[in-house]
Every structure is written in C-alpha cells, then in structure tokens.
Ligand binder design. Structure first.
Ligand code: SAH
Ligand code: MG
Length: 205
C-alpha cells in the first residue's frame, strides 16, 4: 500500500488495527479487479482509506454506506460512545464531518463516494455487481444478518465478501459477525481467502 495513504489510514479515528487494514487493502486489490468496492459502515472513514487506496490502484471507486447516526453500541451510555461525534444542535450522533476530514486529509475525495443512508434502503435499489463488499455496519445480529442477506448476492463471481469483528470466542467480542460469517462460509458460494485478526475475507466462486 502507498506509504502516504497507509500513514493517513493509521492516523484516522476508528477501531481497525493496521494489520487488519492492510488485509482489507489486499482484499480491495483482489476485488477491485472485478468491480467497484462497497463498504457498509463508514464511521469516520478509517477503513475507507484502506479501501480507497485499493480502489485508486485498480482504477475503480469505493462506495461507503452509513447514515452516520451511529450503531446501538455508539450511542450515549454504550461502550463505544465518543462525545466528539454528538451534534450539539440536536444531541444526535453525526460522524459525517469526521469522515469528510479523513478522506480530505488522505486525498481520496475522487475515489471514496459517501452514500448517506440506511443500508437496507440502499441495497433495495442497488444493481451494480460488486468486486468487494465489506460488512462492518451495525453489529446486532438482526442488523448484520440483514446486511449479509441484502448485499452478498450483489458480489460478482470472483469478487470478495469481507467481514470485520469476527470473534470465535465470546470472551473476545460480540458473536453476531461470527454467526453471519458462519452462514456465509456454510453457503457453499464462497471460498476462504484470508483471516487477519478479526477480519475475514471470502471469495465468490
Ligand atoms: N468501517 C469503519 C467502522 C464502522 S462502525 C472503520 O473500520 O473505520 C459501524 C458504523 O455502521 C457506524 O458508523 C454506524 O452509523 C453504521 N451503521 C449501523 N447500522 C447501520 C445501518 N443500518 N445503515 C447504515 N449504517 C449503519
Ligand atoms: Mg469494525
């Protein structure tokens, strides 16, 4: 990965360790040869920098979908709440300005395309086959499963499906992404490509 972009990604706000980010970038290069990349769960744009760098190398783009109002676990009183992201006008979360800064600082405004919306709403109208779909939106089981069911069919043959925060051991984290990954892995439609920390990459046969 380009050193300047790797530094921008490392400096960005978020929960993705660098080794997982580099694995995501590698998945982006693989999928980017097949079609555009799409991420569910933008947050402040850290993972979008890894994917955007891959999109640029492959002459494609990365769409990133988020309503920017935070997941359940980002709301006040929850573990991953950060008061910097609260809009003082309304008291609601708004990570969109932080995303814009991240992508501006990384110089990726021409390749990372924000889609500001609820993921299932976008999926209902999305018809372009994807080279990569990265599922990292809401981590409640119903939400994560709905993302898988809505988006996985849009991954083109040879394209990749990537999951984040997959923990086999409940002591390490929530089980929903692991359950969703297990469903995908058992579907017979995908072959495992890599596992790096909690990031798992599958490729459509
Ligand atoms: N991929 C990011 C982290 C994403 S955090 C990174 O690694 O840097 C999860 C994000 O999913 C939050 O920003 C939240 O707003 C978003 N989200 C949760 N449910 C969603 C939904 N139904 N539609 C769109 N975005 C959603
Ligand atoms: Mg994540």
């Amino acid at each position: 990965m380009d050193a300047t972009l790797a530094a921008a990604a490392r400096a960005a706000i978020g929960f993705m360790p660098d080794d997982e980010g580099l694995a995501l970038h590698a998945a982006g290069l693989l999928g980017g040869a097949v079609g555009p990349l799409l991420e569910i769960g933008t947050y402040c744009g850290k993972s979008a920098v890894y994917l955007g760098a891959a999109a640029r190398e492959r002459n494609t783009v990365c769409f990133t979908v988020d309503h920017h109002r935070g997941s359940e676990e980002n709301q006040a009183g929850w573990e991953h709440h950060d008061t910097r992201f609260v809009d003082p006008r309304t008291g609601r979360m708004d990570t969109l300005p932080w995303f814009r800064r991240t992508i501006e600082d990384a110089g990726l405004e021409d390749v990372v395309v924000a889609v500001i919306a609820d993921s299932p709403t976008v999926a209902r109208h999305w018809t372009t086959p994807l080279g990569l779909c990265f599922i990292d939106g809401g981590h409640a089981l119903d939400v994560a499963m709905a993302d898988y069911e809505a988006w996985a069919p849009k991954v083109a043959p040879g394209g990749v499906l990537v999951f984040h925060d997959v923990f086999e051991d409940p002591a390490d984290g929530g089980q929903a992404p692991f359950e969703v990954w297990s469903r995908a892995a058992a579907s017979g439609e995908f072959t495992p490509v890599s596992t790096t920390g909690s990031l798992r990459v599958l490729q459509r046969s």
